[in-house]
Design a protein around this ligand. Structure first.
Ligand SMILES: C[S@@+](CC[C@H](N)C(=O)[O-])C[C@H]1O[C@@H](n2cnc3c(N)ncnc32)[C@H](O)[C@@H]1O
Length: 263
């Protein structure tokens, strides 16, 4: 990541993707999940690969002390710009750190956090274990680990909805694809990721889907207008679907929340 792969997509990701109905749904749904598990503010949150802060700045607004750690100076520049839009007191609760997640412990000087987030990052890495190690290490005893990751059991969904039938047939047992940002990504199952964190002293507590209906509509070619309040109401439906079977199992992305043991 030293060459800042993310520089070319920083604007597209931080401005456009998040302003879409899918982006709004994703931020809302994850935020609601997090509030189910985080201690009441004030508490410390480390967002590893936090990018432009789209997911963690709302937590700063809510009273949490947020550290966004990311290796991309372009993404952190976006974060700095977006920070200006927060009220002064929320701005003062945010710290930006430029570092690879694999060096998080050193970069935050051994601080332990009430919650460590890592959303949409592991899929871009060749080796996920060193980063998972750091996420679990930087979490305080009893703290929360929150990871969002591609769902390896739903790999056929996107090519099928795009009517790439040969690709869909070939994808049932694959792990990798070129993601929506044009960057190669890899997926895991909930069970595999749960095992990775469990081996590092973090007990999985709950897992959720992230989007379902708006994602499928989007790949199916529907125009979703973020300025149409009726469509934004989809967020409440998606939140409910994210919590239940069979809907959550079909989401292309899952959200795993774990809690670190006391030791
Ligand atoms: C898809 S963005 C996700 C941003 C943010 N977590 C979110 O949910 O909006 C992926 C982010 O991962 C960061 N990233 C890439 N390699 C990383 C690494 N080794 N450690 C930490 N972050 C990394 C990128 O710079 C980028 O900001």
């Amino acid at each position: 990541m030293g060459d800042d792969t993310w520089a070319s997509v920083a604007d597209q990701f931080a401005d456009e993707a998040y302003a879409s109905v899918k982006g709004l749904v994703r931020t809302y749904v994850l935020h609601q999940h997090l509030l189910e598990h985080l201690p009441a503010p004030p508490a410390t949150v480390l967002d590893v690969g936090g990018g432009a802060g789209n997911q963690s700045f709302p937590l700063a607004r809510a009273g949490y002390d947020v550290t966004v750690l990311d290796p991309s100076s372009a993404m952190l520049d976006k974060a700095r710009q977006r920070l200006q839009r927060l009220p002064g007191e929320a701005q003062r609760r945010v710290t930006l750190v430029e570092a690879d997640g694999e060096n998080a412990d050193e970069a935050v000087k051994g601080q332990r956090f009430a919650a460590v987030l890592c959303h949409g990052v592991l899929g871009y890495l060749e080796q996920r274990e060193p980063l998972v190690d750091q996420l679990c290490r930087c979490t305080a005893a009893g703290g929360v680990v929150s990871i969002m990751r591609g769902n390896a059991k739903a790999m056929a969904v996107r090519p099928a909805l795009e009517q790439r039938w040969d690709g869909a047939l070939a994808s049932f047992d694959t792990r990798g694809e070129i993601g929506v940002l044009g960057v190669p990504t890899r997926a895991d199952t909930v069970e595999e990721l749960s095992e990775l964190v469990r081996r590092r002293g973090v007990e999985p507590v709950r897992w959720y889907g992230v989007w379902l209906f708006v994602d499928w509509l989007d790949f199916g070619g529907a125009e979703l207008d973020p300025n149409d309040s009726k469509q934004v109401a989809a967020a409440a439906v998606e939140l409910e679907a994210s919590r239940r079977d069979p809907y959550r199992q079909l989401s292309r992305v899952f959200h795993l929340v774990g809690r670190k043991g006391p030791g």
